[in-house]
Design a protein around this ligand. Structure first.
Ligand SMILES: [Mg+2]
Length: 282
């Protein structure tokens, strides 16, 4: 039996010149995985991408909402209110609006991806982020982690594009994306998605000590709670928006997941109000 081996991925963003800024060319040594067997149970830092490695204030979130809203209207023949409500319902239920569309309306996920994610004018909203780049470089160079791994509910095209615009293309070892070409779609926060991802990075999920070494950062409440429940050692929730932070603190299960909410208990989820705080809490 031959085991699948990873192929490195390089991606040059046609919308950027390589000289524009560092990290514009994406190079993932282990591509979409799997990590080789000699890298079993390593200390891995998982990074979400959208609304995590860039701020929601960038408005990319809004651009995406407009595209998704239009998709709901056009494909399901809904008025604005119904489209909005269903979109929010699917996002909150499944963690990905597309998941609800595929499950309940049999939409073609790759066509959706072309009309929504791949058509976003990222060049007008995403910028090179030198501060974030330097912070991530310092964490990498600290030697604390063996592997930096991206894990996204987006399709691979979008993930690679975003990373290149941010100037982070050379800082990660690999990427697990949501494969829109499969049915049913498997994405965060489904256990199955995390299990697939852990399999890809050669991590034995039954090994509690190995799981305890894992670090995970994401801006989605359901995603961080899922990672925490599965036994990821350190989980960081980036809560950028004040209103959402206040609402989170009022939740009945807040203490169960976040402790006192002051990041003093590392066995609970830590809250970041700015992604640049990450370095001070790892
Ligand atoms: Mg996100």
């Amino acid at each position: 039996m031959t085991l699948p081996t990873s192929t490195s991925i390089t991606y040059k963003n046609p919308e950027l010149a390589e000289a524009d800024h560092p990290g514009s060319a994406v190079e993932l040594q282990y591509g979409f995985g799997p990590l080789p067997s000699q890298l079993k149970n390593k200390k891995i830092f998982f990074f979400d991408i959208d609304n995590c490695l860039y701020q929601r204030l960038t408005k990319i979130h809004d651009l995406m909402q407009v595209k998704i809203h239009q998709y709901f209207k056009d494909h399901l023949q809904l008025n604005d209110d119904d489209a909005h409500n269903l979109h929010m319902n699917y996002y909150k239920t499944y963690g990905l609006a597309l998941e609800g569309l595929v499950r309940n309306h049999q939409v073609d996920a790759l066509e959706y991806n072309a009309k929504v994610d791949d058509s976003l004018d990222l060049s007008s909203v995403l910028n090179y982020e030198p501060e974030l780049r330097e912070m991530l470089q310092r964490i990498r160079e600290s030697g604390e982690f063996d592997i930096f791994w991206l894990v996204t509910n987006a399709y691979k095209n979008h993930a690679l594009r975003v990373i290149s615009f941010l100037g982070l293309g050379d800082l990660f070892d690999g990427l697990t994306y949501c494969d829109y070409s499969l049915f049913p779609i498997v994405c965060k926060p489904m256990d199955l998605f995390y299990y697939k991802c852990l399999g890809t990075v050669n991590l034995d999920k039954e090994n509690k000590e190995a799981m305890a070494l894992l670090h995970f950062v994401d801006d989605s409440e359901i995603n961080v709670k899922a990672a925490h429940k599965l036994g990821f050692g350190r989980v960081f929730h980036y809560v950028e928006i004040d209103k959402e932070y206040e609402a989170l603190k009022r939740k009945p299960d807040f203490e169960e997941f976040y402790g006192k909410g002051d990041n003093s208990d590392k066995s609970k989820i830590s809250i970041l109000r700015n992604i640049l705080e990450l370095e001070s809490v790892v």
